[in-house]
Design a protein around this ligand. Sequence first.
Ligand SMILES: *[C@@H]1O[C@H](CO)[C@@H](O)[C@H](O)[C@H]1NC(C)=O
Length: 437
Amino acid sequence: MAREIASRRRNGGGDEGQASSRSNRRTSAHDSGSVRRNYSSRPPAPRPSFVVVVVVAIAFVGFCLVNVRLATRLGEGGAGAGGVTSSHPPPSRGDATGGEIAPSPAAAAARDRDANDDRVLAHFRRAGVDLDAASMRRLPTWSEIESLIGTEAVVLGLDKCEDFRENVPPLRRMLGSAGMFNSGTNLVTSLMKANCVIPERFEKYGPNATKEQYGIRWQCPWGKHTPVQLRHDHLAPKAKDQNADDCLPIVTIRNPFTWMKSMCRLPYSAIWDRRDSGAGRKDVCPHLVYADSPSGVRMPVPLEFKFSGHSLSYDSLAHLWNEWYAGYWRNADGFPFLMVRLEDLVFRQYETTRIICECAGGAVAPEDDFKYIVNSAKIGPAHGKKIDRTDMVDAWVKYGKPMAARAEFSDLDYDAAVDFVSRELMEKMGYKYPPSK
Ligand SMILES: *[C@@H]1O[C@H](CO)[C@@H](O)[C@H](O)[C@H]1NC(C)=O
């Protein structure tokens, strides 16, 4: 399988090459046929000679294909496969192919790469997404993904699962998403609704019931973006008859550096000054500190967060991230919650969904029957309704990109972000800082 992927990758251009040599073959067979006929004194005996010509042509094309493949291989050995995939040349992929012949560290790297590619491909195969050569070239390898987000899904709050199951009887149990804007709340809800039920509820309500009757909701009664300190004071519409304690919040979180960039594009109801205080009042984002702060002082740019009649103030966008999530992971009441990373929901859909579902005593669809969320959820800030299978590829490409140096923030913002963002939460969630250069 891995080989097949590798050779399909290599033959990205080969598909076109094949098609064009096929049409060449047709033309040349015809040409040489007419040449023969011209030189023949006898009346044409087209059948046998035509067959011979075709056989010769096929042999020739086969020979060409082998050569093209060989040449491609040699080319990769020298110049690196990056030459083909100029838009996204991952450093590890380029130099490994030559190693398939000579036993060397490069050979081991090639084997690793193949194994990694196989993991990536298996995910798309199970999701029912057909990958063409172009998509395969764009996708990150599994080791590139692991170097970004680590080798395991990170979930906080698993120590409270048992409490939740013991304190809330199955027929009352609910799971609902919670999280800041742009953190994957819709993605986790779609995954859960498609794949998880509380079995006792399924038994009671039968096969045609609603997802809510199976225990899976869009949000917990206090609303998905509501700071959790208000979970007993604020009720989302249609939640008046529900008990907040019956709902296990699935809190989605995202690396704050990419999250802040997302908030710049789509701030929803977070309001802050996103323009430079300098002469031109240029747009600047995330704009965590004022450029004209007194020397040696970082003057944060305050932010106001509005939701259904409430308005809360935060020192800056970075502080909003810290405090909104601290409401869950530092909660003094000890109420149960699960905190999951958007990055895991993108790259480890099955594993992450299963962890969440089983925490609440739910049953998840088996891996073979698991419904991957390819396009229905709003994974990123784009809210559009695209019906396109490439959405999953796009998400992998987008979330699999190495972090840009300093997150492409201004120096002021980058230094402020490193200073402001909770190091403790970064570590708990296994998040990495963008490289400083
Ligand atoms: C569920 O819906 C299907 C299709 O509409 C129907 O055939 C089946 O009888 C229903 N089952 C129950 C238990 O209502």
